[in-house]
Write a protein that binds this ligand. Structure first.
Ligand SMILES: [Zn+2]
Ligand SMILES: [Zn+2]
Length: 141
């Protein structure tokens, strides 16, 4: 029985035999074809400053697909200053991760605040230092 290897393609939804990818062979071929179109397009010197929308318009490849290539690190954005996708939170153009630096900082400081608040509460319930020191001496003797 090999039915456990059958899965729905995450792109077209078609049932396929799952090997190494989350999509069927047709979609894989399609994706590789689109990837080649994009890299060929970006190889041209004048296209190096193109935005993701411009690349999409010229190559007929969906913006989302190009963003996936960037996020997966298949396109080296260091070479393409304007190529990026929207921050998941505010939509600012970014080239890595899911959030822009501002949103990331805001998010982490929120998390830190929560953590600090937790620590503070924890501290209130903790026995004070002398008790701990006494336990330490007891263990040593
Ligand atoms: Zn498919
Ligand atoms: Zn943002």
């Amino acid at each position: 029985m090999q039915s456990d290897r059958l899965a729905n393609c995450t792109i077209c939804g078609k049932l396929y035999l799952r090997e190494h990818t989350d999509y069927c062979l047709d979609c894989f071929k399609d994706m590789e074809r689109e990837f080649k179109i994009i890299t060929d397009f970006l190889k041209i010197e004048e296209n190096r400053c193109a935005s993701i929308e411009e690349v999409s318009t010229f190559t007929d490849v969906a913006v989302k697909r190009i963003a996936d290539f960037i996020r997966d690190g298949r396109i080296y954005v260091e070479d393409f200053p304007n190529l990026g996708y929207g921050c998941a939170h505010c939509g600012t153009l970014i080239q890595r991760q899911m959030l822009c630096a501002g949103c990331f900082e805001e998010f982490t400081s929120e998390v830190n605040k929560t953590l600090k608040a937790d620590k503070l509460l924890e501290g209130l319930n903790k026995p004070d230092e002398p008790a701990q020191a006494a336990r330490y001496w007891k263990l040593r003797n």
